[in-house]
Design a protein around this ligand. Structure first.
Ligand code: ZN
Length: 207
């Protein structure tokens, strides 16, 4: 939703309700990432009209401080950055679960994916960043395909069937290779909202 038209948000929410599978909301704090996006009022407003699950991606320091409020704002899934939690990763996952919300860990392109392997047993999804967290409209980093495949291989080794979500630079041009690598949730912002026909752009990414 970072690429939505905030002056006509209801129109874009209805488009997502009609054509996509979930709302991906990028929350940035100006500290963990250099950019600031939006907070509770926007998440709540989208939640009131959303007919699809709300997937809140926290790009913030101290995610544990805000989990409860994002659940109250309507989050069905919350991911936070491994790099923002480090030793507290287990506790933050447990905290998200304590509110009956799905928990995901997000990982930036420069952090070895193996670092999140110890948590795969308790996560509900994994968010592999295919650009550096912080801005919309970036170009897909090709190395991400190998990182997705590594996570997929480890999940298979563990017998865990949870979705791998991929976020950043996803478009109809690379959707099939991302899915082939093992992803099952594709986050697309600018390639959908900047398209002449957003519904067609979404349809082109369904395989
Ligand atoms: Zn995101």
């Amino acid at each position: 939703m970072l690429s939505a038209d905030f002056l006509h948000l209801e129109k874009d929410v209805e488009m997502v309700n009609s054509h996509a599978d979930l709302f991906h909301l990028d929350v940035m704090d100006g500290s963990f990432v250099p950019n600031i996006s939006f907070g509770f009022p926007i998440v709540e407003a989208i939640g009131k009209k959303a007919a699809k699950p709300l997937d809140v991606h926290l790009m913030i320091v101290h995610p544990e401080k805000y989990v409860e409020r994002f659940v109250k704002a309507g989050a069905d899934m919350i991911s936070f950055h491994f790099e923002a939690a480090l030793q507290q990763t287990d506790e933050v996952i447990d905290l998200i679960h304590s509110f009956n919300c799905k928990a995901g860990v997000a990982i930036n392109p420069d952090c070895p994916v193996e670092k999140i392997f110890p948590f795969l047993g308790k996560l509900d999804f994994v968010l592999v960043m295919s650009v550096f967290a912080g801005f919309g409209g970036q170009k897909f980093i090709e190395d991400s395909l190998g990182r997705i495949a590594s996570v997929k291989a480890e999940l298979e080794r563990l017998g865990r069937d949870i979705p791998i979500e991929v976020d950043g630079g996803i478009s109809p041009d690379n959707a099939s290779s991302v899915v082939k690598a093992g992803a099952s949730i594709l986050v697309a912002g600018s390639s959908v909202f900047k398209a002449a026909d957003p519904a067609a752009a979404i349809a082109a990414m369904r395989l």
